[in-house]
Design a protein around this ligand. Structure first.
Ligand code: PNW
Length: 498
């Protein structure tokens, strides 16, 4: 691989967390084991057409039964942290309407203890999209304020059971993406959308994403409130939220497109973070949307005072943004941010923004990480940040051999250049506390099923055997300071020159 710069673990503080990330639905399998109930993803994946290869997470990579082996893989990498999520329907099969499932608690206890035994800090996400289906059936999850109390209850159960050992909590993973995918495009459960977009459950796609986001923000605040009040003093952990965050470049060198970039960031990232940190939706959003954006009551504002301790950033790629407000676009505005009058593309004059990957619209643009970190740093007064996901997808169809998948030099190049970009942001003062590679191993990639692979470890989806890829070797060598790839591959350039 051609790595443009020599990275060194010693460029990062000793306390810096280096890890890998996964989520429960994507890896655990055992979807009905030991009293677990169905999540919204268990049902959604069974409806034909929802998942590219018709697959689901029933078995996934069977982490539920192979967790000890997977902890060993992490130990051999030399990571000091692991980001994973707790399956809500495994711990509370009927949410707040039923009993705690002790088998579920037991599973996470065993996992957490095994990690700690190997010196790996658990970094735990309470909800990475798998919500008990019963809550969707009963009242419609994120569309109903009831979810705030129910999510708070689930969080409370987890703090009480695991908080003596877990010092890093994430409330919700990428809610900015899931409310748009769940209530606007309909790509994810609960599959609501307007007729414009495709086949789905009828929903008011113009208002539902705002309502869902409002309940997400207040659910986060409820969980943080419980942590602050009942646990944090004693358990001494940190709690935050994780956002999906692209970087955007103006498509044309025009003020209108530079404003479009700012609107895209506001309508996607600040949409969730401004209320949590400043108690109000972004002024840019309010100005354009007026009363179609919900407002926070006095009581709700009180809840928002709980804020957060860190911001988690999941960053994968950069897109070009084009203004559609000052001069209307003659094509449909891109679906995700229909309300921001921005259109996104990954190409300028036919030239892609970076080297393409196997995932549509995901290109390799390392400086995007530095840029998005600086944006968050400036807007939120350098609140502590973790890069909670960064990673590179490979496609796997029958044309690709296992050997090619194992020999993932594209991923090594991606990761080293993004990590290098992160060091630049840190040199400029960004308070970054950790970095997690998505993912430890190949797994169920949502709408893409098993057709996209993000793992440092290859998984044979028939035998479920794990095998290290070149990127696993690279990470290990980086973490243990024996950067042998340095001699073999890199152009011996100074870091920061990608
Ligand atoms: C994140 N997009 O999801 C999730 O947190 C992970 O669970 C997931 O496996 C990972 O990124 C890789 O995709 C995303 O369409 C899903 O732009 C879709 C998009 C971005 C992130």
């Amino acid at each position: 691989p051609s790595i443009n710069c020599i990275l060194d673990r010693s460029q990062f503080p000793d306390s810096f967390l280096f890890g890998t990330a996964t989520s429960s639905y994507q890896i655990e399998g055992a979807y009905l084991a030991d009293n677990k109930s169905l999540s919204i993803w268990d049902l959604f994946t069974k409806i034909p057409g929802n998942i590219r290869d018709g697959s689901n997470g029933d078995i996934a990579v069977d982490h539920y039964h192979r967790y000890m082996e997977d902890v060993e893989l992490m130990h051999s990498l030399g990571v000091n942290s692991y980001r994973f999520s707790i399956s809500w329907p495994r711990v509370l099969p009927s949410g707040r309407f039923g009993e705690i499932n002790h088998a579920g608690i037991e599973f996470y206890n065993k996992l957490i203890n095994a990690l700690i035994h190997k010196g790996i800090q658990p970094f735990v996400t309470l909800n990475h999209w798998d919500i008990p289906q019963e809550l969707e059936n009963r009242y419609g999850t994120w569309l109903n304020p009831q979810i705030q109390e129910d999510f708070g209850y689930f969080a409370d159960v987890c703090f009480r059971a695991f908080g003596d050992r877990v010092k890093y909590w994430v409330t919700i993973n990428e809610p900015n993406l899931t409310v748009l995918f769940g209530y606007f495009t309909g790509q994810y459960p609960p599959h609501h959308c307007s007729k414009l977009v495709g086949e789905c459950q009828p929903g008011d796609s113009k208002t539902e994403p705002y309502i869902a986001a409002h309940n997400v923000i207040l659910s986060h605040a409820t969980a943080v409130g419980i942590y602050r009040k009942k646990y944090q003093v004693e358990q001494k952990g940190m709690i935050g939220i994780v956002l999906n965050a692209f970087w955007y470049e103006p498509l044309r060198n025009l003020p209108a497109d530079r404003l479009a970039v700012q609107r895209a960031l506001s309508f996607y990232v600040a949409w969730i973070l401004d209320p949590i940190i400043y108690g109000e939706y972004p002024p840019e959003m309010r100005k354009l949307l007026g009363s179609s954006l919900p407002t926070f009551s006095l009581e709700e504002k009180k809840k928002l005072e709980n804020k957060l301790d860190f911001i988690g950033i999941n960053h994968y790629t950069t897109l070009y943004a084009k203004d559609c407000m000052f001069s209307p676009c003659d094509f449909d505005s891109h679906q995700w941010l229909w309300n921001a009058s921005v259109w996104f593309t990954a190409e300028r004059n036919g030239i892609p923004v970076g080297v393409p990957t196997a995932m549509p619209r995901f290109h390799v643009v390392p400086y995007g990480l530095e840029k998005i970190v600086s944006y968050v740093k400036e807007r939120y007064n350098n609140t502590p940040m973790f890069i909670t996901e960064n990673g590179y997808p490979q496609g796997s169809n029958h044309n690709v051999s296992t050997e090619d998948l194992i020999n993932d030099s594209g991923r090594v190049e991606y990761l080293s250049n993004y990590l290098d970009s992160l060091t630049v942001a840190m040199k400029h003062g960004a308070d970054i506390r950790g970095y997690f590679i998505w993912s430890l191993l190949d797994n169920f990639e949502w709408s893409f099923g098993y057709t996209l692979r993000f793992g440092l470890y290859h998984v044979d989806f028939n035998t479920l055997e794990r095998m290290p890829k070149l990127s696993a070797e690279w990470y290990k060598q980086f973490l243990t300071g024996t950067n042998a790839l340095k001699e073999k591959g890199s152009k011996s350039q100074k870091c920061g020159t990608y």
